[in-house]
Design a protein around this ligand. Structure first.
Ligand code: SF4
Length: 387
C-alpha cells in the first residue's frame, strides 16, 4: 500500500482566537533549524521504514504518492525551505507523487511564492479562507480580509494551480444566516476544486473556548451563533455545494468529481502515513505514534540524534475494529459491514440495530452509512459505536 507523508509546520503570524492546535508565533530565526530537523527526520525515518518493510517490498520501501504540508501556516516558510524539504523527501523515499498539498493563508500568497511552489512540485493549495466577512475574520484574529481571498485566488490560478481547496468555518462570532450565505456564494463564484467546512470547536484548547467556558465576553464570545444556527449553516453548505456539482465524500469535505483529497482519504481508510515534525502523527498499519508537540523539544531531540515518539500505541484487533467504524463512517459512502465482520470475526448487528432505531444511520443490506439528514449530529453515532 502506498504511503502518505504529512509535514507539520507549527509557525503562525498570529494566534487565531478559536485555534486549538499546537501552533504559535515563533521568531523567524527558528524556521531554519526547524526545517533542518524536518529534513533530518525524513532521512532517518525513511531508513527505519525501509528496514521494517524490507521483506515484503524487496528492500525498496513503500512508494510515497501523497504529501501534505500543513500547520500552522507553512506558506510562511521561504519557498527555498519548502523546496529543500521536498527534495530531501524525494531523495529519501521512493516517490511517485500524485498530490502535493501546501496549506496557505491568503495574506501570505504572492506571485513569486506561487511560482516557486509550483516549481518545487506543489500541485494543490489548501487555503484557510474561513469567511468572506471582514468583521468575522477580524474578530477571529485572522490577518486576512475578504479582498485578500480574491487576490490570492487570482495569483494561484495565474500561477497554474488547478487544484485549490478552501476551508470555511461555521459558527464564527458575528456569523449570521445572511453572512454565511454570502460566504458560500463568494466561495462558489471562485469555484475551488475542493471545499472543507468545519464547525467551530469550543473547548479549553483555544482562547475563545476558554472565554466561553468561563462565561466571559472577550473575543466576541457573546456573538457566537449557537449550536442550532451552526448546524443550519452546515446543512445549507451541503445543499449549495451539492447544487453546484460538489460531491460530499466525508463529513467535512466536498470535492468536484476527481478532486477528493487523496492524502486525507488515507486517514479515513486506515492506509499508512508518516508524520514528520512537531506533534505529527503516524500510522504504519500496526501502531500509531506521535512526535512531541513542543517544537523546541522536537528540534533538540532530532539534533541529538533521537527519533522522538510519544503516545506509541500498538493497534489491537479490537481497536482496529473500532477505527474501521469510527473512520469509515466519516466517509459518506459508509462501510461494508459484511467485509468488516468477516475480517474481524465479529458480529456488529447488535450495535448497528440500536443505531438504526435512532435513524442516525441507514443500512442497505451491504453498506452502513450516516443518514444524509443527520450528518450534523454525526458525532452521536461515533459515541454510540464506540461505547
Ligand atoms: S493560522 Fe491556523 S494554525 Fe495558525 S493560529 Fe490560525 S487557525 Fe491556528
Amino acid at each position: 500500500m502506498n504511503l502518505g507523508i504529512y509535514i507539520q509546520v507549527p509557525f503562525c503570524q498570529s494566534k487565531c482566537t478559536y485555534c486549538n492546535f499546537h501552533t504559535g508565533v515563533f521568531a523567524r530565526s527558528l524556521y531554519d533549524p526547524y526545517v533542518a530537523a524536518i529534513c533530518h527526520e525524513l532521512t532517518v525515518r525513511s531508513a527505519a521504514w525501509r528496514a521494517a518493510s524490507a521483506p515484503s517490498q524487496g528492500g525498496d520501501g513503500p512508494i510515497v504518492d501523497t504529501v501534505y504540508i500543513g500547520g500552522g501556516t507553512p506558506s510562511l516558510l521561504e519557498p527555498t525551505a519548502l523546496a529543500r524539504i521536498l527534495v530531501t523527501l524525494c531523495a529519501s523515499f521512493c516517490c511517485q507523487l500524485e498530490e502535493v498539498t501546501l496549506e496557505a493563508d491568503p495574506e501570505t500568497v504572492t506571485p513569486e511564492k506561487a511560482a516557486a511552489w509550483r516549481a518545487a512540485g506543489i500541485n494543490r493549495i489548501s487555503m484557510g479562507v474561513q469567511s468572506f466577512h471582514d468583521r468575522e475574520l477580524s474578530a477571529a484574529g485572522r490577518l486576512h480580509g475578504r479582498e485578500d481571498i480574491f487576490h490570492a485566488t487570482r495569483i494561484l490560478r495565474e500561477a497554474g494551480f488547478g487544484n485549490l481547496s478552501f476551508d470555511l468555518i461555521a459558527g464564527l462570532p458575528h456569523q449570521t444566516a445572511a453572512s454565511w450565505e454570502d460566504s458560500l456564494e463568494n466561495l462558489l463564484r471562485l469555484r475551488p476544486e475542493h471545499v472543507s467546512v468545519y464547525l467551530i470547536e469550543i473547548d479549553e484548547g483555544s482562547r475563545l473556548g476558554r472565554e466561553v467556558l468561563a462565561g466571559g465576553g472577550r473575543y466576541s464570545a457573546a456573538a457566537l451563533p449557537g449550536d442550532d444556527a451552526m448546524a443550519e449553516f452546515y446543512e445549507r453548505a451541503g445543499t449549495r455545494l451539492a447544487a453546484e456539482g460538489y460531491e460530499h465524500y466525508e463529513i467535512s469535505n466536498w470535492g468536484l468529481p476527481g478532486f477528493q483529497s487523496r492524502h486525507n482519504l488515507k486517514y479515513w481508510r486506515r492506509e499508512p502515513y508518516l508524520g514528520i515534525g512537531a506533534g505529527a502523527h503516524s500510522f504504519d498499519g500496526q501502531a500509531r505514534w506521535a512526535n512531541p508537540h513542543d517544537s523546541a523539544a522536537y528540534v533538540t531531540a532530532i539534533e541529538a540524534g533521537n527519533l522522538p515518539a510519544e503516545q506509541y500505541e500498538v493497534i489491537t484487533p479490537q481497536v482496529a475494529l473500532d477505527e474501521e467504524l469510527f473512520l469509515g463512517l466519516r466517509q459518506l459512502e459508509g462501510i461494508d459491514l459484511g467485509r468488516i465482520e468477516k475480517q474481524y470475526n465479529a458480529s456488529l448487528r447488535g450495535r448497528v440495530e440500536a443505531l438504526l432505531e435512532t435513524g442516525l444511520v441507514e443500512f442497505d443490506g451491504t453498506r452502513l452509512r450516516l443518514a444524509p439528514s443527520r450528518l450534523a449530529v454525526a458525532n452521536e453515532v461515533f459515541v454510540e459505536l464506540l461505547g
